[in-house]
Design a protein around this ligand. Structure first.
Ligand SMILES: Cc1ncc(COP(=O)(O)O)c(C=O)c1O
Length: 461
């Protein structure tokens, strides 16, 4: 068997998970129950090693926004490889795709008054860059004590030490403690589960006031930045009330604190606006971008900063250099694919499609909720949706984290030809942004059957 050239399906199945550790999973589980081997993709569908077809209702990991195996992106890769597969951006060198992409991003981010970009290899990298630039900004500005970062409970900001310390979900933090000092958390505006109110506006005011108090408690002259996702993704698609982000911007301005929007998932159309924060009419100071920037075809992250932040680096200060960067910063292949990808996002107006098809998806999910008591809440914006399952709709009693229902649902959907994600009691739906209403109908059919089967098993048990 020639492993390098052509591993057969039988070889792949025999070796599946024998040597590979998978992110965010228990190796014992993946040994006993090996992962699906996704071998080919086309549009909104992928195929496993045996050729079985699946509707990709998660766009791999919220990121394959233009769909799988787009010829435009394949061509961009080949054309770039023909010229230059890789060169570094350190040591006074750069490359044409990185320059062109920086110009395109600044053009797309004119409404946010963004001025500079520093590339990296993914979302975790982009957030590390954001934290480092925020701290550095205050040192250059003569306020070196402004080092603290405030984040939201339930937020997800990646797996490096900074992002993990900003992350507000239990196991991601606890397993790797001690975390980086100087990261603090406030409540997220989680309408379905909060101790205060069912009123959107009131919740927005309460949560923004909590941020205000947290900054005052820490001492505003010690706080560098507040970071949040415009819509919390991995935490369960928590859509803040309309007034929340504008109030957060006001609180940050009142105390001079930088506002970092983690747009790793929400950037480039997923929420129905080109950028998630734009949907709330809010201009962050720093934005972390990745995933949809090039639909995940080649790893890429980007951290963009506005004029206010960038202007500090114009000062004659010993620390006003960039003392940060990755070997793959400005990777020409990743940037070339991003240019082709963003052309599709703009020409096909994928944010508008996400808004239109997302509304339809949500409407169909609400119809499903009317006849399926397992569904406690349906929420989302654009093609970023979640269904929160409950044992009892009246009391909103959640399923225990150890309950097998999630596994059953994911497997049931796969058996019926659809990939979806289940995390902490929620089904997450984040398909490619090229989804049509017909794809939604296909997904609803599979979801409805899968939930009905799980519900009858739960009743029988
Ligand atoms: C909001 C957010 N930030 C950061 C990250 C980390 O990105 P990556 O996995 O590319 O490092 C993720 C990943 O899902 C994310 O959802």
């Amino acid at each position: 068997m020639n492993i390098q050239a052509n591993p057969s399906p039988n070889f792949l199945k025999a070796h599946n998970a024998r040597h590979l550790w998978h992110p965010m999973g228990d190796p014992k589980v993946s040994e006993a129950d090996p992962p699906l081997i996704v071998a080919r993709g086309e549009g909104v569908y992928v195929y496993d090693a045996d050729g079985k077809k699946y509707l990709d209702c998660v766009a791999a990991l919220w990121n394959v926004n233009v769909g799988h195996n787009r010829p435009e992106l394949q061509r961009a890769m080949i054309e770039q490889i023909d010229q230059l597969a890789y060169y570094a951006s350190f040591m006074g060198t750069t490359n044409p795709p990185a320059i062109a992409l920086s110009a395109l991003l600044m053009e797309m981010l004119v409404p946010e008054n963004m001025a500079r970009v520093l590339f990296s290899s993914g979302g975790s990298d982009a957030n590390e860059t954001a934290f480092k630039l925020a701290r550095q900004y205050w040192k250059i500005e003569g306020q070196p004590e402004r080092t603290k970062i405030i984040a939201l409970k339930n937020g997800y900001h990646g797996v490096h030490f900074g992002g993990m310390s900003a992350t507000g979900t239990g196991p991601h933090r606890r397993t790797y403690e001690p975390l980086v000092p100087g990261f603090f958390h406030v409540e997220s505006p989680y309408l379905y589960r909060n101790p205060w109110t069912d009123d959107h506006e009131e919740l927005g005011r309460i949560c923004a006031a909590e941020l205000d108090r947290a900054i005052q408690f820490q001492g505003p002259d010690t706080v560098a930045a507040f970071i949040a996702e415009p819509i919390q993704g991995a935490g369960g698609v928590i859509v803040p009330p309309e007034n929340y982000w504008p109030l957060v911007r006001q609180v940050c301005d009142k105390h001079g604190v930088l506002l970092i929007a983690d747009e790793v998932v929400t950037g480039f159309g997923r929420t129905g606006a080109m950028f998630g924060s734009r949907g709330w009419g809010v201009k962050p100071d720093i934005m972390s971008l990745a995933k949809g920037i090039n639909s995940g075809y080649v790893p890429l992250g980007a951290t963009v900063v506005n004029e206010r932040v960038a202007s500090a680096w114009q000062k004659p200060h010993p620390l006003a250099g960039i003392f940060h960067g990755y070997t793959y910063t400005g990777h020409p292949l990743a940037c070339a694919v991003a240019l082709a990808n963003l052309r599709i996002v703009q020409e096909e107006d994928l944010p508008a499609n996400a808004a239109k098809v997302g509304d339809y998806f949500q409407q169909r999910l609400r119809e499903l909720a009317d006849r399926q008591p397992l569904i406690g809440d349906v929420r989302g914006r654009g093609l970023m949706l979640a269904i929160e399952l409950v044992k009892d709709r009246k009391t909103r009693e959640p399923f225990a984290p150890t309950d097998p229902i999630g596994k059953k649902l994911v497997e049931g959907a796969r058996a019926r030809g659809m990939i979806m994600r289940f995390t902490s009691g929620k089904i997450i739906i984040s398909p490619p942004l090229i989804f049509t209403k017909a794809h939604v109908d296909e997904a609803i059919g599979i979801l409805s059957e899968t939930l009905a089967a799980a519900a009858s098993e739960a009743t029988a048990a």
